[in-house]
Design a protein around this ligand. Sequence first.
Ligand SMILES: *Cc1c(COP(=O)(O)O)cnc(C)c1O
Length: 424
Amino acid sequence: MDSAPSPPGVAAGDASAPRRLDVERLRAEFPILRQRVGEKPLVYLDNASTTQKPRAVIDAIARFYSDDYANIHRGVYALSERATQAYEEARAKVRRFINAGDDREIIVVRGTTEAINLVAHSFGRLRVEPGDEIVISAMEHHSNLVPWQIACAERGAVLRVAPVNDDGELRLDMYERLLTPRTRLVAIAHVSNALGTINPVREIVARAHGANIPVLLDGAQAVAHLRVDVQAIDCDFYAFSGHKLYGPSGIGVLYGKAALLDAMPPYQSGGDMIRTVAFDKTSYNRIPYKFEAGTPHIAGAVGLGAAIDYFQSVGIEYIAAYEQELLAYATARLSEIPRLRRIGSARQKACVLSFVLDNIHPHDVATVLDNEGVAVRAGHHCAQPLMERFGVAGTVRASMALYNTREEIDVLARGLRRALEVLR
Ligand SMILES: *Cc1c(COP(=O)(O)O)cnc(C)c1O
């Protein structure tokens, strides 16, 4: 009997058995993973910080520069038209990827940080008045905290922070109590980078919308691990970065509902974002171009499109199932290590493990792990207030992606036991 062809990296089984990721085959597509650190094979467990790139993405960028590169939206010559088409195709891929309703709602930016700054400045100027309030949560990345602090200071508004419980879950009851007639916006992470907590975003949005408050979701940690459907979630803004989704750095996306984006003033100004310019008056281009001033990272957009193609060819369902299995395995292995305190044990979690080992400084633990070839993050993970909430200066964070294996988790566990021996 013929069966449907397997997506790359998915082992075909018999039709009744669920197909699983063929991780060894996937790993072979990431050239950097062949590397050694001294004698030891590289064990890359810093994926919440950034992900490695598959050959398909590297090649797409090289091909674009070799064959199709020119500036976009300007030239009438063939090359510029091809470059423009490649750039706009990437936008359409992003739109389909997060199921937005319209290409005009996809703004190409530098990354999550720029996306949030855009909203903080532009929406801030549109809607935020003295005495108004903006609600965030205690688990925000500095990128979804500092821009709101600055916007509040400039507009005379107040920043309100919804707390988290001891497991690192958002206190929904407290969150709801923060929503008042003065609240202008809610800005919350879809998935926490420091703890891995997956927030109940539909619930968060529904409660805010019940009070007519728009919601921005920071999706930097979500898009590579969960299926994201911005229409189903019904959020008003959604931000993410290409480099955490196996794509290039310096490229990212702001999704915004068209009606809101239309009403918002430009963030940056210059070329491309204008319709007509005179010394006494300038009229602005339509969305999304109104928010894309200057020459963008054209090849980055093409690379992001290739990353989305790659990711979808593997399949989010397979990836998510595999990563959850790996998380369960890693959680069990780490729980066997004496004097290891896990930070963040939400019921809904992406594959992030944050912990402290005895009272050893996280940087020292990471240094011992580096000697074993294991790359992890140590520090506050751009979430200092959250670290304070848990009474630590920082943690060690191991974060996994579709190419990590159980064997790599075993290497991590051995490295941690070694750290206990040498550092105590
Ligand atoms: C990485 C990250 C950001 C910042 O993303 P950049 O790509 O550095 O702009 C913001 N929020 C979360 C939750 C992140 O993980």
